[in-house]
Write a protein that binds this ligand. Sequence first.
Ligand code: ZN
Length: 414
Amino acid sequence: MVLPASINAHTAIQHEIARVAGLRDVHLAMEWFRSHEPELRDSQLEVAAIPAPPFGEGPRAEWLRLRFHELELEQVQVDAVGNVLGVRPGSKTEETLVAVTAHLDTVFAAGTPLNVRREGDRLHGAGISDNGAGIVGLLALPSALRSAQIRNCAGLLFIGNVGEEGEGDLRGMRHIFCESPWKDLIGPTVVLDGATTDTVVTQALGSRRFQVTITGPGGHSWSDFGAPNPIVVLSRAIARFSRTQLPAEPKISANVGVISGGTSVNSIPESASMRVDIRSASQDEMERVERALREAVAEAVSEYPKRARNGSSKGISCEIQLIGCRPAAELDPGSRILHVIRAVDAHLGNRARLHRASTDANIPLSLGREAISIGAGGSGGGAHTLQEWYDPAERDLGLKRALLTVLTLAGVEK
Ligand SMILES: [Zn+2]
């Protein structure tokens, strides 16, 4: 009987995972996670207590750089945008590297009391799980590999990256995959983000964000009456835009999140602005809704004559500025990395569903590269709030899952 190629490939990967997991050294590495949980917990409390607001990841990056040195990773460096990199060389130098990444930044502004602490078995504090858990995973893997003296075939590139959250706009990963000297040396990428073991992010939720600003001559509400009013123009643009058809499948969302403008009740405003967020896993849909936004604004503006009725030569003008752009993309269902994580989950008896989210994997996925984002084990809640918590129970399952995935992708010497 001839089996379809994908079934053959899947069976071969299952056998390879069973072989890798059965190696004595790999077994030792997997044991390491459980026996070193107290140290992992201490590292998590230590790193989460270092503030890492958007565009302020420097002190945390320096902490990670020192840890990478202690772990004897090679080529340890902080790159031009602040990412921290370190390499565990492989025995086969001709193979592309397997990248393992975790974002360093948090959503919390500088000066926010992070209040990181331990209460019983749980850890608490802003950023303790997102991405304290991921950063601990990023350290636990090379620690266990070193302790068990495992010889990986392809080299492993560990990256603590900047700029995952909010206005960071994935700038750390964008730099790695678009500009840095590493960009062509990386094969598959495994992103460690937050806690849990129950999902595999394979669909990159994209977003495009805009600041729309309408300006006019402004004036006195009585004596300049008749001058065009930017708040009214903006309101008409919003009304038009809100009638845009948004299908349920592929899902797309559009949100006017902030509006501002005007100075006083008896002044015709000189400007009015809004911030708009468009999200989807479909790049085509996002582009269609962006066109609808631009048309709605242009039509609202065109309803006003270039020359105002009160004789002012200054009419209405508008500016649409792109303030955020995360590309949408999807992992090829036939990709090796997806076969590997599915087979690892089967091997470990772990149930996980495929998931769509905006993560650091958006960048490699949008470039047609193989990437997934997974949690680093344990459980957590209250992400992006001051009430965030993390429970390390069964963290080792998440770390074993990451280790087996990375080792199967890289290959292991017997
Ligand atoms: Zn995160």
